[in-house]
Write a protein that binds this ligand. Structure first.
Ligand SMILES: Cc1ncc(COP(=O)(O)O)c(C=O)c1O
Length: 394
């Protein structure tokens, strides 16, 4: 049997991490892997997470199974965090999943189960796991234009034109905030136009929200997801706690199936439970419990939100510093988009050859499509990167 297995292409970002580790240069800068890092280059355990974990160790009486969709208190807390009061709780079926990736995977499985003919439209570009999981599941994928390589903003006209060719029942995957990998996002008017188009054409949105609190703030980052959930008959929402709670390795995510017909919630919820059962039975509990403790304890919640806000503002400051430094060096505003992008990533919009040149000549590591992790920079490395970008002729 094993002789039938073939060597699979290495994950590009993991391969890049290895190249970075093997690079002996002291001045090297890692802008590759998608984890938040503070100014010291550390991915910290957040204060509220530590406090909740300490309490959990003291107070937890059992490690017995919880439930196929996880603890209902986790779903309640996350639904409140993401959806606020945009839709009534009884319209939302929800299941805990292993990370946001688990939520994405389960969402695709639900789509395949409910409508095997549905095609899933993803932005070009999108988070690579979207496309590889769809391919692995044998689901048909279509892409819609998203990134304007001139302005480095959203190619909104292209996006709308492409989505107008989608068939009734197709699924449109949207990034709720902080688009990965580009950093370019729709404004509120554009979101409303997308929602109107979804309704006109009978398309089903699936929102992937993995960076709530990393862009314009916890509430502002949820706004588009709330508009979608309230504005369409049904949608799927895949959420990740990896980034905004810093619980990457605990695998903490949630999949929501929202339906304006509350009479369907029971079946939706049952389907999510069934899909969890088939894939891994019970979803991981530790991260979900910690998140629940934080969200339901006013003091822990306030401290978490404050630390998250510090992280967000730090990333915004770096964006501004980089844009300013490039403005100073080039005497032009062509890098102003870096300050307008939101979230952890920005797509610089250059060629793989120049990305390689940055690596070879300056020890600066970014993904081949020129995605940079802004959190990989600090006040000392911003001028180094800016100079390298100019030297490379980008
Ligand atoms: C767009 C997007 N969705 C989902 C995820 C899922 O992350 P995780 O499975 O680590 O929670 C990520 C992480 O990089 C992401 O960028």
């Amino acid at each position: 049997m094993f002789e039938n297995l073939k060597e699979l292409p290495a994950d590009k970002i993991l391969a890049l991490m290895q190249l970075y580790r093997d690079d002996p240069r002291e001045q090297k800068i890692d802008l590759g892997v998608g984890v938040y890092k503070n100014a010291e280059g550390v991915t910290p355990v957040m204060r509220a997470v530590k406090a909740a974990e300490r309490k959990l160790v003291e107070e937890q009486q059992s490690k017995s199974y919880v439930g196929l969709v996880g603890d209902p208190a986790y779903s309640d807390a996350m639904i409140e965090l993401i959806l606020g009061d945009a839709v009534e709780r009884n319209k939302v079926g929800a299941a805990a999943t292993p990370g946001g990736t688990g939520a994405v995977r389960q969402a695709f499985e639900l789509i395949r189960l409910a409508n095997p003919k549905a095609r899933v439209w993803v932005s070009d570009p999108t988070w690579p796991n979207h496309t590889t999981i769809l391919a692995y599941l044998g689901m048909e994928m279509k892409t819609y234009r998203y990134f304007d390589s001139e302005t480095r903003g959203v190619d909104f006209d292209g996006m709308m034109a492409d989505l107008k060719t989608a068939d009734k029942g197709d699924v449109v995957l949207l990034h709720g905030c902080c688009h990965n990998p580009t950093g370019a996002n729709l404004n509120k008017v554009e979101w409303q136009a997308v929602i109107d188009l979804l309704n006109e054409r009978g398309l089903v949105p699936m929102v992937d929200i993995a960076y709530q609190g990393f862009g314009d703030g916890l509430e502002a980052d949820a706004e588009a997801t709330r508009m979608v959930a309230a504005g369409v008959p049904e949608c799927l929402i895949a959420a990740s706690c990896s980034k905004n709670f810093g619980v990457y390795r605990e695998r903490t995510g949630l999949l929501m199936a929202v339906c304006q017909d509350a009479g369907r919630t029971g079946i939706n919820q049952g389907t999510l439970a069934f899909l969890n059962r088939q894939n891994y039975s019970f979803p991981p509990d530790h991260g979900a419990r910690v998140v629940t403790m934080i969200l339901t304890d006013p003091e822990l919640r306030a401290d978490w939100a404050a630390e998250l806000e510090e992280m967000r503002l730090g990333m915004l400051e770096i964006r501004q510093q980089l844009a300013d430094e490039l403005q100073r060096l080039t005497g032009s505003d062509r890098f102003a988009f870096l300050a307008q992008h939101r979230g952890m990533f920005s797509r610089l919009g250059t060629t793989p050859e120049l990305v390689q040149k940055l690596r070879d000549d300056h020890g600066i590591y970014m993904v081949g499509d020129s995605r940079m992790n802004i959190a990989g920079l600090n006040a000392a490395t911003v001028p180094v990167l800016a100079k390298a970008i100019v030297d490379a002729g980008i």
